[in-house]
Design a protein around this ligand. Structure first.
Ligand SMILES: C[S@@+](CC[C@H](N)C(=O)[O-])C[C@H]1O[C@@H](n2cnc3c(N)ncnc32)[C@H](O)[C@@H]1O
Length: 266
């Protein structure tokens, strides 16, 4: 696939934003089960802290953090998503500031305030970013020395755009059994591909697959260290989303959640 331009990447989100917000509301089962709980555990937000929400979408996680007593600065590059986020924020309005801003723009990121943030969070958006180098470079400057950054992504090993969800039936001594596996065709090199986040969304978005080494390397090179990690999977099938949905794969995590911190200066 030829590399999409920054405008094409943003245009897809702009087209999907209102539909996505209407479907997603305060979070779908993926967000509420696999993403928000581990992110909150790793983030450990405390009342009075100032937290940056990178690529906040409709602000679902910003509102959760404001509910925990934090002050939140949230941004997304889709104007429509930010409009939706503002409309949905009817409580604790004074605790959330929303901005339209592109995470690939270094000077825009820096304008948020050097040394201002106790923590930063980015839920399920790094794999949607065409470039992560600007964020990796600027983030350590936005965080206080005691800060932390927690992000979640589609698990690059099991849930990347080359993954095929498989179900096979076998006869185990007379018992018919369905065996579910995933097949991953590409992992080692970064690549981009179009795909859908939610079935029914108006247009596909572009995913930017990065193997673990490529995902973490820019952050580590810029002075952050990894000190927390969770891999989350559904524990019980709901049958609501079809026979090949992730809730049938309790042994395969579709989501990876990572915590990074500024390295201690010696
Ligand atoms: C899957 S949604 C996740 C939204 C939100 N964090 C959540 O958990 O619901 C990905 C979001 O990333 C945003 N996004 C992608 N690339 C971006 C960039 N370069 N700068 C800012 N936002 C970006 C999209 O507009 C979209 O809102």
């Amino acid at each position: 696939m030829t590399k999409p331009t920054r405008d094409e990447v943003r245009a897809a989100w702009e087209t999907n934003a209102a539909w996505w917000d209407d479907y997603y509301k305060e979070g779908n089962d993926f967000h509420l089960t696999l993403i928000a709980p581990p992110t909150e555990r790793l983030l450990d937000a405390r009342p009075g802290e100032t937290i940056l929400d990178v690529a906040c979408g409709n602000g679902v996680f910003s509102r959760r953090m404001a509910g925990l007593g934090a002050s939140v600065v949230a941004f997304d590059f889709s104007e429509t998503f930010i409009e939706c986020a503002r409309k949905r924020t009817i409580e604790r309005v004074d605790r959330i500031e929303y901005h339209v801003l592109n995470a690939t723009d270094r000077s825009a990121l820096l304008s948020l305030g050097e040394g201002r943030f106790d923590a930063a969070v980015c839920t399920m958006a790094i794999m949607d970013m065409a470039e992560i180098e600007p964020l990796a470079e600027v983030l350590p400057r936005l965080l206080k020395p005691s800060g932390r950054f927690v992000f979640s992504v589609m698990h690059p090993c099991f849930n990347n755009p080359s993954t095929r969800m498989c179900a096979e039936q076998e006869d185990r001594g007379g018992d018919l059994r369905t065996v579910r596996t995933v097949k991953v065709e590409q992992y080692m090199k970064p690549f981009s591909a179009k795909g859908i986040g939610i079935v029914g969304q108006p247009v596909p978005q572009t995913y930017f697959h990065r193997p673990l080494h490529a995902l973490l390397e820019p952050f580590l090179r810029n002075g952050l260290v990894l000190d927390g990690l969770e891999e989350t999977a559904f524990t019980a099938p709901s049958n609501a989303r079809g026979p090949l949905s992730w809730d049938h794969y309790p042994e395969i995590p579709p989501v990876l959640v990572v915590r990074l911190r500024p390295a201690l200066r010696r």
